[in-house]
Write a protein that binds this ligand. Structure first.
Ligand SMILES: O=C(O)c1ccccc1NCC(=O)[C@H](O)[C@H](O)COP(=O)(O)O
Length: 221
């Protein structure tokens, strides 16, 4: 299977278009006011319309309440809801039951012990997205350009497909795929020229590098 590629934190029509034309499978919009990639509901809904039918629309929120989720579901109508806060497995299950949307749950990894939490999330979410733990003092739980030790995932046995995230870029995504054999990758900072400013050429380079590496892995068996 070809690797799936998500470009996260898009906030302009032009860079969204670059991601869609490059062949991204999912495009992500961040609803988190402290993020340099934050978009409001209106902007996210306009970007979602541009992407609809061309890639899956992912809306990323952090510990959302039902009022926000009601608005997200009505105004943006995402294909996927990415939960990137400290939502418990019970809360993820509640959200999955309340809304007709696929759920990805982010799990921060630093050491093998952190993987124990992934099983409980795999039981209630459609996918688990592994990200690095945020650095001390960071004001957001993701999008920090930090990687974790990919070897932690080499022997992973999870009931659901996972997404590899955290500090990926066009130069390292090939090696990341070789080590983890991830079915899907997610990038934000690694395709930016500055925090929150997406770079069309880096988006194209990332998609190319991930596709090349995925093809090489498949040919090697
Ligand atoms: O991107 C953000 O600013 C953000 C803010 C709050 C929660 C999550 C956020 N991003 C999550 C993502 O999906 C990123 O793609 C993922 O953390 C990887 O980020 P990066 O290491 O910058 O590629």
């Amino acid at each position: 299977m070809a690797v799936e590629i998500k470009i996260c934190g898009l906030s302009t029509r032009d860079t969204l278009e670059a991601a869609l034309e490059a062949g991204a499978d999912q495009v992500g919009f961040v609803l988190f006011p402290k993020s340099p990639r934050n978009v409001d509901l209106t902007a996210a809904s306009e970007l979602a319309e541009q992407a609809r039918g061309r890639a899956s629309v992912v809306v990323l929120t952090v510990d959302p309440d039902d009022a926000l989720l009601d608005e997200v579901m009505t105004k943006i109508r995402p294909d996927v809801l990415q939960l990137h806060g400290s939502e418990s497995p019970e809360r993820v299950s509640e959200i999955a039951a309340r809304y007709d949307v696929r759920i990805w749950k982010a799990v921060a990894l630093d050491r093998a012990e952190d993987l124990k939490r992934a099983g409980a999330y795999a039981a209630v979410a459609d996918r688990v997205l592994f990200d690095a733990k945020p650095p001390k003092g960071a004001d957001r739980p993701g999008g920090n350009a930090v990687s974790f030790d990919w070897n932690l995932l080499a022997e992973l046995d999870l009931a659901k497909p996972f997404v590899l995230s955290g500090g990926l870029d066009p130069e390292n995504v090939g090696e990341a795929l070789r080590v983890t054999r991830a079915p899907a990758v997610d990038v934000s900072s690694g395709v930016e020229s500055a925090p929150g400013i997406k770079d069309a050429e880096k988006i194209r380079a990332f998609v190319r590098a991930a596709r090349d590496a995925s093809r090489a892995e498949r040919m090697a068996g």
